[in-house]
Design a protein around this ligand. Structure first.
Ligand code: DMJ
Length: 662
């Protein structure tokens, strides 16, 4: 007997039926029948899985349709203005999406303090950057407006104007609006109700000038002639080789000199330079700038020119530039990096360190605070003042004196125990006082730090030389005193005098006068009548009766302003004409040893050799921005010409208004 046949096992299979030569209708109905049969042969589980899969695929298709439709809509509806403002990236076609990350708003994100440092670019270096020269960008409203004048009714109107214009700023691939609303700076100060008295001055008859002021104007014209002919629109004139050098590639000398031209009444020169700013100055450029140097020269220069001329072109440029500097503050400690690329928004420290220089991070506040006040955008002021607050509480000071370096990661001072009033620390002290003045003498923390520092200077750094007992400021390295003094330190007599003018202790004036004499002697005792970069004072009686010694490497003169800057303050505050005479001597020396016949002035290598001063073939922008401006003001007997009660000069000699408290 055979057992009954076992039931056939259930098998899943797909039958493929080839139906050659059959009619369309017939094959269709057969296919339908065959599909249905196959469906019925599937288990319940298999049927459910297939239904689920199909439903899932339909849902996905629907969602991606919605997304695509949105994008198409956005693309076709985007204003052309906005698309035009996408950054130019070499080799990138306009249709490509932005390749750069969106901006970090300093004041918008609570995560700001936790920012990771931006990755430094591999190729950065100090000194002139490699510029990518491109055709002028057409974005700039200023540029397209060409020479249309935009004289403001009053600088105070700027705030309102900025809010109504709501200029769109393109930044790192993202298009951002200026700050919403009119958030006011931390301390609100009234902008002058009317333009500065100087605003109208240029339109009237030229003021009566004395012979020395005429001498400064002649010197300026000679310098400008060289710049205009051989370096127009470039950073610095190289007057001997009749060429130019680039640092940032932003027309540094031209911008630094704008307010000097205004003050000197050089209307034609000013108008021509204004035209360049309007048509050619473009910050949308892949270039590294030093935060400090570009703030004091470019931002400071634009802001002061705005104040003097009432021309809103300069304020718009200042705001654009200020925005582009902001990534420098995005460090773990909020102590800014030294350099920032104004095109890509990548900031970084120098190649060899993550430190920044103390004077650099603490001498940008006047400009950033003023930019906030004028625009109503708080982030500039907040970022800069965060640095001031941080440094105020920092340990590592010695009786108010600060070290020269600060780390951008930890926020601590580094290279402890070294104290100087020269390079890398100088303007920290200057800006304590000047911020206090700018803010209407309300911020006592700044005043306290300044007063403490002056006491620290007196205790640790002031000495007297032999044989003439000149008062000088030396340096301290781990409690070891060095009788070395940079010419840069000669800003100090002027700053001390300014403090006394604003009510600080009168014994500061004694120190100011004594130091002024020393700075004059640093010029006078040189064969050319021009100070070297660094001197060493004799602490013991020398054989040659000279107080000052100069090392061969320090014999150069870069046309720096500090001595004449202080002479200006000393004359303004004392009325003693000897300071004017000293300044006149120095101008004569500049004319004798640094003037280049074809136009321009040059820095020199050897102030001790009148027969061979060795031109270095460079006219620094501060010669026009500072040196000649301070000489002109020194020779003026008009106390109201940029009154010390109305203006405070930034460290590049750009006058900014003192905030009147409302
Ligand atoms: C200028 O750029 C400024 O005065 C700065 O504070 C120091 N260096 C130069 C002039 O010497």
């Amino acid at each position: 007997m055979y057992p009954p046949p076992a039931p056939a096992p259930h098998r899943d299979f797909i039958s493929v039926t080839l139906s050659l030569g059959e009619s369309y209708d017939n094959s269709k109905s057969r296919r339908r029948r065959s599909c249905w049969r196959k469906w019925k042969q599937l288990s319940r589980l298999q049927q459910n899985m297939i239904i689920f899969l199909l439903a899932f695929l339909i849902l996905c298709g629907f969602l991606s349709y919605i997304h695509m439709a949105d994008q198409w809509k956005a693309l076709s509806g985007k204003p052309t203005e906005e698309r035009k403002m996408m950054p130019e990236v070499p080799g990138l076609k306009p249709a490509n999406p932005p390749v750069l990350p969106a901006p970090q708003k300093a004041d918008a994100s609570p995560a700001f303090s936790k920012m990771l440092p931006q990755r430094p670019r591999k190729h950065f270096r100090r000194g002139p950057p490699h510029l990518q020269i491109r055709a002028p960008n057409t974005d700039s409203k200023a540029g397209t407006q060409g020479d249309t004048k935009e004289r403001a009714a009053a600088p105070g109107d700027a705030h309102q104007e900025e809010n109504t214009q709501r200029t769109v700023i393109s930044w790192r691939g993202a298009v951002i609006e200026p700050e919403q609303g009119t958030g006011l700076p931390l301390r609100r100060a009234e902008a002058p109700a009317k333009p500065s008295p100087l605003v109208t001055r240029m339109q009237k008859e030229p003021a009566l000038l004395n012979e020395r002021q005429e001498g400064v104007i002649e010197a300026f014209r000679h310098a400008w002639k060289g710049y205009r002919q051989f370096a127009w629109g470039h950073d610095e004139l190289r007057p001997v080789s009749k060429s130019f050098s680039e640092w940032f590639g932003l027309g540094l000398t031209l911008i630094d000199a704008l307010d000097t031209m205004w003050i000197l009444g050089l209307k034609q020169e000013f108008e021509e330079a204004r035209m360049w700013v309007s048509q050619k100055l473009n910050f949308k450029k892949d270039v590294d700038v030093n935060l400090f140097e570009s703030t004091i020269r470019i931002l400071g220069g634009l802001l002061s020119t705005y104040h003097l001329s009432g021309d809103r072109l300069f304020l718009r440029k200042a705001k654009d530039f200020g925005n582009r500097l902001m990534p420098a503050f995005m460090t773990p400690s909020k102590i800014p990096y030294s350099d920032v690329n104004i095109g890509t928004g990548v900031a970084h420290p120098p190649q060899w360190t993550s430190d920044s220089t103390v004077s650099e991070v603490t001498s940008i506040q006047l400009e950033f605070r003023e930019l906030s006040r004028l625009t109503g955008v708080k982030k500039f002021q907040e970022a800069a003042e965060e640095v001031t607050r941080h440094v105020h509480h920092l340990s590592g000071k010695k009786d108010g004196l600060v070290p020269m370096f600060i780390n951008t990661h930890s926020g601590s001072f580094t290279h402890l125990g070294v104290f100087t009033l020269g390079a890398r620390a100088d303007s920290y002290y200057e800006y304590l006082l000047k911020q206090w003045i700018q803010g209407g003498k309300q911020e006592t923390q700044l005043l306290e730090d300044y007063l403490a520092a002056i006491e620290g200077i007196k205790t640790h750094l002031v000495r007297h030389s032999e044989p003439n007992k000149l008062t000088f400021i030396g340096e301290l390295t781990h409690d070891r005193f060095s009788a070395k003094m940079d010419h840069l330190v000669c800003f100090l007599p002027g700053t001390l005098a300014l403090g006394v003018h604003h009510g600080l202790p009168t014994d500061h004036m004694e120190l100011a006068r004594a130091l002024m004499e020393t700075c004059y002697q640093m010029n006078r005792q040189m064969e050319t009548g021009l100070s070297p970069e660094i001197v060493h004072f004799n602490l013991y009686p020398p054989t040659d009766n000279l107080d000052v010694k100069v090392k061969p490497a320090d014999r150069h003169n870069l046309l720096r302003p500090e001595t004449v800057e202080s002479l200006f303050y000393l004359y303004r505050t004392t009325g003693d004409r000897k300071y004017q005479d000293w300044g006149w001597e120095i101008l004569q020396s500049f004319n004798k040893y640094t003037r280049v016949p074809s136009g321009g002035y040059t820095s020199i290598n050897n102030v001790q050799n009148p027969h061979k001063p060795e031109p270095r073939d460079k006219m620094e922008s501060f010669f026009l921005g500072e040196t000649l401006k301070y000489l002109y003001l020194l020779f003026s007997d008009d106390q109201n010409l940029l009154s010390l009660d109305t203006y405070v000069f930034n460290t590049e000699a750009h006058p900014l208004p003192i905030w009147a408290l409302s």
